[in-house]
Design a protein around this ligand. Structure first.
Ligand SMILES: [Zn+2]
Length: 239
């Protein structure tokens, strides 16, 4: 799978956060989210691999093949476990809904000299093709041109991501808070995440509406005693 191959390459090329506390914090949230992925998607909780990249950029991504990358810049921007869970839930949802695969259109595959078969079989790719494919998967500005997710895919990932949050015991209302913080941040230094995840103002309203409709679900989950309680692991902010 191209997602796996790209992820291995990223791990080799980009510094990985080694701080134990930070890793435990992000793992705690990720574990809680992926535990809620319905089995029909074909992923078991243990299938997901998380890597925290030591990078000040505000970014996170998930790739086909159940790979999740979270940048330390995003860990610091998110003010609590709920907000970071909203990003991870959203990215996991992109994978579950196969949005990356949809972005790699037939035309793009042809331009890359790839076929659907070569993606499925994981044929080894030359470095140019590999990089172009990573770009197509939305891995960020450092790989050149960007293919943002469509608004439809963004809405879908928001909805599924907030559901995963609520079922995991995270407060779905915090998703809107995080995107508002990112929008504010965009006036100074645009978060890298926004280049692949456009955030029009309508999105904040949708997130609020969905959070309201998920409140009873979330309350029921809390009443059953499901509380991730990852904030106890949250590392102190670097000043
Ligand atoms: Zn997105």
């Amino acid at each position: 799978m191209i997602g796996r191959q790209s992820f291995e390459e990223m791990k080799q090329q980009q510094p990985v956060e080694e701080d134990v506390q930070t890793n435990r914090y992000v793992e705690c949230i990720t574990d809680a989210i992926v535990a809620q992925v319905p089995p029909e998607y074909g992923y078991a909780p243990a299938d997901w691999e998380l890597v925290v990249f030591k990078n000040k950029e505000i970014n996170a991504f998930a790739l086909p093949g159940a790979k999740i990358g979270v940048y330390t810049g995003m860990v610091q921007l998110a003010q609590n476990e709920h907000q970071l869970a909203s990003v991870i839930g959203h990215e996991v949802a992109h994978v579950l809904a196969q949005h990356s695969n949809a972005r790699l259109s037939q035309q793009q595959l042809t331009q890359l000299g790839l076929t659907t078969t070569s993606l499925i079989l994981g044929d080894s790719l030359d470095s140019n093709t590999q990089q172009a494919a990573m770009t197509a998967l939305g891995l960020g500005a450092q790989y050149g041109i960007l293919l943002p997710y469509s608004r439809l895919h963004e809405s879908e990932a928001d909805r599924m991501g907030q559901e995963l949050m609520a079922y995991a015991g995270f407060d779905p209302r915090e998703a809107s808070t995080l995107w508002q913080t990112m929008a504010k941040q965009a006036r100074a230094t645009p978060p890298e995440l926004l280049s692949t995840h456009p955030a029009p103002s309508t999105r904040i309203r949708q997130l609020d509406t969905q959070a309201a409709s998920l409140t009873s679900t979330w309350q029921r989950v809390l009443a059953k005693g499901t509380r991730p309680n990852c904030d106890r692991l949250r590392p102190h902010q670097e000043k």
